[in-house]
Write a new protein. Structure first.
Length: 500
């Protein structure tokens, strides 16, 4: 009986094995047919949504215009911090910087939790080369600047600098020209430009006085935007010449807002609302996305585009080709210590309303940071202070120079996009404020914000962390007596700069 069954089973087993083998071959061929895309992340430093595709006038960015036309532009994309290193830390980990201790600028004492790895770790596991920089751009675009200790044995990016034939790659390129320099680099860019932006063509925000020096500062900033647009074109030409462009997804973003008052360092829109444009294989052209999106979503998107499952500890969602995508009602951002200025603010931003909680209102916006007092970093700041002292600024322009910040700020972005009218004390808006306060409170609690803790009364209070003042270049230069003999070799060494 058993022998008879075996005789019948063997041919059936053979058939099953043959079918299984054919299925495996089919699956293998299918996977080979779906080539992993290359991904290039172009990260411009210190820029707002000051591009023609976003409605800005007076400058020309043909390469970014074309990129937006060929792909998708996100109109409400925000970084999770208005400061460069904290924003990049959030992007690299896919987590709010406040959730993993990376919320203080250039805090190298922070150690990532064991389960948290840089985004590039997962890309490597998926077979990607992970490269930093490109020789075609200013200073080769290799700036990293993360607020956590890195593993020398397993660096965030590969040590090699070249693309390997037949292997997918992720390449992050820092476009540093838009970052304020401590020398006259910006002025050199304007001088070298064949078509410098006209002073009469720029739009002066209402929080700034319409003054020739202000217009020149904005126009020079626009000149640097045109400069990086040219660099983007060079990178695309290189990829095309190498036969890689057709299989490369190009992502363009800003790491934080423009380096101007109310911009970089601050939770106003000009500090955290930045451009995001994505184009490449699998992404339809002429798309506009008006959903609320942020940096942690971009991390998830990059992994998803590479075919990598987004780890559970990451806090964002993939924005592209994701059947489970759900538009969210708000984004969250945080500001903590920047250089020697210790501060603590949090914000929740919905499509229409925005609430900011300043947990250290005694620290003014114009806190006299040594870096910002450098004459080439914020060149119009002395002018603005002079006009303020002379009483020549209107209320909207003088607001930034108040001796303290309001404890709460509430804005109707639909009717007040420049955030000039603080509605926090408006009787008509108390229900809206209460809703946003609750929302922000829940986020601080649920995201395990390392920068805040509750006191005996249940109120949030800043968690302060000691730092070395003399390790901060600009602050050390200002405090020469205190920092005499204490500054590191890195601060003393003259940096090599590229010619413009």
């Amino acid at each position: 009986m058993l022998e008879r069954l075996m005789k019948h089973a063997r041919p059936q087993t053979a058939n099953y094995l043959l079918i299984l083998l054919m299925l495996l071959v089919f699956i293998s061929l299918s996977v080979q047919g779906k080539t992993q895309p290359n991904i290039v992340l172009l990260m411009a430093e210190d820029i707002g949504i000051d591009l023609p595709s976003y409605g800005a006038k007076g400058l020309q960015t043909p390469n970014l215009d074309k990129l937006a036309k060929n792909g998708i532009q996100f109109n409400r994309f925000y970084t999770n911090s208005p400061i460069c290193s904290t924003s990049r830390t959030s992007l690299m980990t896919g987590m709010y910087q406040t959730s993993m201790g990376g919320h203080h600028h250039r805090d190298k004492t922070n150690v990532l939790p064991e389960h948290v790895k840089p985004m590039t770790h997962y890309l490597r596991q998926a077979g990607y080369s992970v490269l930093l920089g490109n020789e075609l751009v200013y200073t080769a675009g290799r700036k990293l600047d993360l607020n956590f200790q890195t593993d020398k044995k397993n660096p965030v990016f590969d040590r090699k600098k070249k693309i390997e034939a037949g292997k997918p790659f992720f390449m992050q390129i820092q476009l540093k020209m838009t970052h304020r320099a401590m020398d006259d680099t910006w002025q050199q860019v304007r001088k070298a430009s064949k078509h410098p932006v006209s002073l009469s063509d720029v739009e002066v925000p209402p929080y700034l006085p319409d003054h020739p020096e202000v217009r020149l500062d904005i126009a020079t900033y626009y000149d640097t935007l045109e400069y990086i647009d040219h660099e983007i074109g060079l990178v695309q030409q290189q990829l095309k010449a190498q036969g890689l462009l057709e299989n490369t997804i190009i992502i363009f973003m800003g790491d934080n807002g423009r380096c101007q008052i109310r911009g970089k360092s601050y939770l106003f829109e000009d500090g955290i609302h930045v451009p995001l444009i994505v184009a490449g294989p699998g992404i339809s052209a002429n798309q506009i996305n008006n959903d609320m999106t942020d940096g942690i979503d971009l991390t998830a998107s990059i992994l998803h585009l590479a075919g990598v499952q987004v780890p559970e500890h990451m806090q964002g969602q993939a924005l592209l080709n994701n059947p489970n995508y759900q538009a969210k009602g708000a984004i969250y951002a945080a500001r903590d210590r920047h250089d020697e200025i210790v501060d603590n603010s949090r914000t929740v931003v919905e499509k229409r309303y925005k609430y900011i909680a300043n947990f250290m209102p005694q620290v003014p916006w114009d806190a006299r940071m040594a870096y910002y007092d450098k004459p080439t970093v914020r060149p119009i700041l002395p002018l603005l202070r002079e006009l303020h002292t002379a009483g020549k600024l209107n209320a909207d322009q003088a607001y930034f120079f108040a001796k303290t910040k309001p404890r709460e700020q509430l804005y109707d972005l639909e009717n007040d996009p420049w955030e000039l009218n603080n509605l926090a004390d408006s009787a008509a808006h108390q229900k809206i404020k209460a809703r946003l306060v609750k929302k922000l409170d829940q986020w601080i609690e649920n995201s395990n914000d390392h920068g805040l803790s509750k006191d005996a009364n249940g109120d949030w209070q800043p968690v302060l962390k000691a730092f070395d003042l003399c390790s901060i270049r600009s602050a050390a230069e200002r405090n020469k007596t205190l920092c005499a003999g204490k500054t590191g070799k890195k601060n003393k060494k003259k940096k090599k700069t590229d010619k413009v």
